[in-house]
Design a protein around this ligand. Structure first.
Ligand code: SIN
Length: 279
C-alpha cells in the first residue's frame, strides 16, 4: 500500500491496495493507521460490486443509521448519490457539514465510492477541524470549552428545509419529516476517541445554536466559527476518478460536495459507519 499526502496538513491518496478481497490483518492495521493520520483517504483504482463495498466497510466498523434518504433496494445501508446531467435544484451535500451531526451518535466515518464521474468538477472539499481548533487563541479555546452546540436536521430535512418536500425531478429519493425538527447537543470542542486530539465540532448545515445562549449571542460566535473552520489553510479536495473510494473521518473533518458539473452525470455509493457520542 502506498500513501501519498494530498496537502501538507491532511488527506492522502492511497494506491497499490485491492479492496475487493478481505484485507490481510497487517494491511488493515496500516490502512487504519493511515486513516487516523490523514483523516481523508482517497483510495484509487478500485473495482467493487455493491456487496464488496459493504464487505470492505464492515472490516472497518459497523453500519451507521441512515435517515431521510431511501437506500439502494436490498442494501439498507448503502445510499446511491446520483445527479443526472440535466438535473437542477440543490445538490446533496453542497454545504459544509459533518455527516448526520444531528444524531446522538453521529457516524465516525463515511465511505464514498465513485461510479460515474464528470470529466472535470464534482470534487469533494474537506476541512480539518483539529487544525481549526489548534489555530484558535487560548482565550477563544477557553470560551468554547464548556459550550455545547445545538444540532438539528431541520434546515435540510425539516418540512421547510432544502430537501423537506418531495421533488419528482430529483434523482435521489429524499424524504424529510418532522423528526428533523428534533435537536441534540454536542460539545463545541470534541476529543477524538482514537487519537485524543481536540477538534471543533460544529457545521453550518446542522449546528443551529449554542445551548444556554440567546440566539443573538450564539449567532456571532457560530458565524465566526463557521468562517474560521473553512479557512483555505485547513482544506484539501479530492478529485474523483471512477473507482476512487474515499473515506473521511467525520469526527475531525467537515466536507462539501462542489456543485460545478452541470451537463454531466455523477453517481456514487455511500456508506456511513457507526460512531460514538461526541465528548
Ligand atoms: C456527502 O455529503 O456525503 C456527499 C459528498 C459528495 O457527494 O461529494
Amino acid at each position: 500500500m502506498r500513501v501519498t499526502p494530498l496537502t501538507g496538513r491532511f488527506g492522502a491518496d492511497v494506491t497499490d491496495i485491492d479492496l475487493s478481497v478481505p484485507l490481510a490483518p497487517d494491511d488493515l492495521v496500516s490502512l487504519r493507521a493511515a486513516f487516523l493520520e490523514h483523516s481523508v483517504l482517497a483510495i484509487r483504482d478500485q473495482d467493487l460490486s455493491i456487496e464488496a463495498f459493504e464487505d470492505f466497510a464492515l472490516q472497518l466498523g459497523e453500519f451507521g443509521d441512515t435517515p431521510y434518504i431511501t437506500p439502494v433496494d436490498g442494501h439498507p445501508n448503502v445510499l446511491r448519490l446520483l445527479r443526472e446531467s440535466d438535473e437542477a435544484g440543490p445538490l446533496f451535500g453542497s454545504g459544509w457539514h459533518s455527516d448526520w451531526s444531528f444524531q446522538t451518535q453521529p457516524p465516525s466515518a463515511t465511505l464514498l465510492f465513485g461510479i460515474d464521474i464528470p470529466p472535470a468538477g464534482g470534487d469533494t472539499a474537506f476541512t480539518q477541524q483539529e487544525a481549526a481548533y489548534d489555530a484558535l487563541s487560548d482565550g477563544m479555546k477557553a470560551l468554547l470549552s464548556d459550550l455545547h452546540g445545538v444540532h438539528s436536521a431541520r434546515r435540510s430535512y425539516g418540512p421547510k428545509g432544502t430537501f423537506g418536500q418531495q421533488d419528482d425531478r430529483r434523482s435521489m429519493e429524499i424524504v424529510g419529516d418532522e423528526t428533523a425538527l428534533e435537536t441534540r447537543t454536542h460539545p463545541l470542542v470534541r476529543t477524538h476517541p482514537e487519537t485524543g486530539r481536540k477538534s471543533l465540532f460544529i457545521n453550518e448545515v446542522y449546528t443551529v445554536g449554542i445551548a444556554g445562549l440567546h440566539e443573538s449571542e450564539a449567532t456571532p460566535i457560530l458565524n465566526f466559527l463557521f468562517n474560521h473552520c473553512r479557512r483555505i489553510d485547513f482544506t484539501c479536495r479530492v478529485r474523483w476518478q471512477k473507482g476512487t473510494l474515499t473515506i473521511w473521518d467525520n469526527r475531525c473533518v467537515q466536507h462539501y460536495a462542489i456543485d460545478d458539473y452541470f451537463g454531466y452525470r455523477r453517481e456514487m455509493m455511500r456508506i456511513t459507519l457507526a460512531g460514538d457520542t461526541p465528548a
